[in-house]
Ligand binder design. Structure first.
Ligand code: CA
Length: 456
């Protein structure tokens, strides 16, 4: 397809690496830590240029490893994005395209049990896996993390939560007590601090053998809540929403610092691969949490760049060269494929992601993905990127075409100037769609939205 595109619309990804990595025998299978933020804006980390919210610990991941400038979630909102992350497959392949309604009695709304999840992929290689934080992949018992391959769980099963412990103890999605394994517990800390504490405790308990930690903070997803000790850091931010958001991001960054410190303390930095990313872009407009996706267009719920391009960094001391900026597009779908490969697991799974480590170490060249695709609501919106060309089909059904090389903010629709190119890209869309199925559970976002941004 790409050979039919005008040369002016092509961009070649550039890879900047330092050091002679990728030589010699492969490193032993490492531990894995996946740190997920929720609704974090693309521009809201220091390693992507943020100025008003210091994120020294997140920046340290990028400085000690790789920053992926064009990394994408597989979905512009929470639950389907997580389904893609934990399977390494486009979640539309198995009909997980909506946010499940929170209902412990609903046996349909959750990540289909036909799918193999990340901890199941590597269990045979001796990995102990822990999930901490937000689950949002089904509230019924059959979808519980402990029934999906995780050995430990601490967190909540819904799509978001109250942060202050005195607001917990209710029966609704956001107010339930936190759960340890399957039992409700009485939490006493600010939620983000509690998840950081549990992550450190998991590493302290499990560092002597191979482990995989999935640390899914719900910060900085709404409700916007932060205690004074974090708010005080941002007294200079006038906008109240942005100030609280900044405090929430700062608490998350502190927690990441505690996790990185635990790895140092146990001398396992060289045997641990750490990923950090957001599950989707920051919400904008009425639903904004104070996040900033600039210079990207729009936000959560849309297939514009602001909805799907996310902050992404990874480090593995001694294996991934420090300070790389990796430009070709990568996907959150690559994380499971990378972990399966680096753990040398042999589970039979058709991944849409690829092992990124050889790209970062320069053993492999060229872009990891010829194309990436996004679809919501069974086709309500669509997105496709090939090289620097991006097709966006919003709910009105009219395809837009953007050249991200010249127009990163997707301001100038060039569809009318390149009708043949667009037709070719839409044929790719049709071919991809034929491999997918329709949503298997309706969820909240299947109800006709007042606007395209989806809740959750
Ligand atoms: Ca989210």
């Amino acid at each position: 397809m790409t050979r039919h595109l005008p040369a002016c619309l092509l961009i070649l990804g550039t890879v900047v690496v330092a050091g002679a990595y990728g030589q010699g025998p492969p490193p032993p299978p490492p531990n894995f830590v996946i740190i997920l933020a929720d609704d974090l804006g693309y521009a809201d980390v220091g390693f992507n240029g943020c100025r008003d919210i210091p994120t020294p610990h997140l920046d340290a991941i990028a400085a000690n490893g790789v920053r992926c400038a064009q990394a994408y979630a597989s979905h512009p909102f929470c639950s389907p994005s997580r389904a893609g992350l934990l399977t390494g497959r486009y979640q539309q392949r198995f009909g997980h395209e909506n946010n499940p309604v929170y209902d412990p009695d609903d046996e349909q709304s959750g990540l289909p049990v036909s799918q193999i999840l990340l901890p199941q992929m590597i269990h045979g290689e001796g990995y102990i896996s822990g999930a901490i934080g937000k689950w949002h992949l089904g509230a019924a018992e059959r979808f519980h993390p402990l029934n999906r391959g995780f050995d430990e769980f601490f967190g909540f099963l819904g799509g978001g939560h109250q942060y202050f412990p005195e607001r917990l103890g209710g029966r609704t999605e956001y107010t339930t007590d936190l759960i340890r394994e399957r039992e409700p517990i009485k939490e006493t800390e600010y939620l983000t601090d509690a998840f950081s504490r549990e992550a450190v405790a998991f590493i302290d308990r499990r560092h002597a053998r191979r482990f995989c930690l999935y640390l899914a903070f719900n910060a900085p997803h709404t409700p916007l809540q932060a205690p004074p000790r974090y708010l005080e850091r941002f007294a200079s931010i006038q906008d109240e929403k942005r100030r609280t958001y900044a405090a929430m991001v700062s608490a998350l960054d502190d927690g990441v610092g505690r996790v990185l410190d635990a790895l140092r303390r146990h001398h396992i930095e060289e045997s641990t691969l750490v990923f950090f990313l957001s599950d989707n872009g920051g919400p904008v407009g009425e639903r904004s949490n104070g996040s900033d996706n600039r210079p990207l267009r729009d936000g959560k719920g849309t297939t514009y760049e602001g909805g799907v391009r996310v902050p992404f960094a990874a480090c593995w001391k001694g294996v991934i060269p420090a300070g790389i900026v990796y430009e070709p597009m990568v996907s959150a779908l690559d994380i499971a494929a990378t972990i399966r490969s680096q753990a040398r697991a042999t589970v039979d799974q058709d991944f849409d992601g690829v092992d990124l480590v050889p790209y970062w170490t320069r053993e492999r060249s060229g872009p990891p993905h010829p194309a990436l695709y996004w679809r919501t609501g069974g086709g309500t919106t669509f997105g496709l990127r090939v090289d620097a060309l991006k097709v966006v089909i919003p709910p009105d059904g009219t395809p837009r075409l953007f050249d991200l090389a010249a127009d990163a903010s997707e301001r100038r629709d060039v569809a009318a100037d390149h009708t043949e190119v667009l037709r070719g890209l839409l044929r790719l869309r049709d071919a991809w769609n034929r491999q997918m199925i329709q949503p298997v559970f309706p969820g909240r976002s299947a109800k006709p939205p007042a606007r395209p941004a989806a809740p959750g």
